[in-house]
Unconditional design. Structure first.
Length: 134
């Protein structure tokens, strides 16, 4: 485990094969990336994920904490902000529309599947945009 997340580009012109090309590496993420969205109006990527619990199975079994997070990156894939979401479970998806951020989590033994609007992430994005204008 290198502690780096890889960014790949999918070649949409390839006829019969799916061809991926490495584009960048992201340092500083606290776990697995499960989804991402690009915000063209602010030139930011917003990623969702949770801690890689396989590195500490005993702690996960005892506490069942996914340590979910949302990460905000600039268009060069540099980490701008990390937003912990302690109340979230196995965070899997993100949708951005009209300034709103919606997240989804999978069902687990200790938490129900859910879809919700995350205003804390919306506020953090507004702060990041204000602090780092394009």
């Amino acid at each position: 485990d290198s502690g780096l997340s890889q960014v790949y580009q999918l070649d949409t012109q390839a006829a019969d094969l799916q061809v991926l090309t490495a584009q960048a590496q992201i340092a500083g993420l606290p776990g697995l990336v499960t989804d991402a969205v690009y915000l063209p109006e602010t030139a930011q990527f917003v990623l969702t994920g949770y801690q890689n619990y396989q590195h500490n199975l005993l702690r996960f079994a005892l506490e069942n904490e996914f340590n979910a997070f949302v990460a905000v990156l600039d268009r060069q894939f540099q980490l701008q902000r990390l937003i912990p979401l302690p109340a979230a479970g196995q965070l899997e998806g993100i949708c951005a529309r009209n300034g709103q951020i919606w997240l989804s989590q999978e069902q687990s033994q200790h938490s129900a599947a859910r879809l919700w609007r995350e205003q804390a992430v919306e506020a953090a994005l507004a702060e990041t945009q204000f602090a780092n204008p394009r």
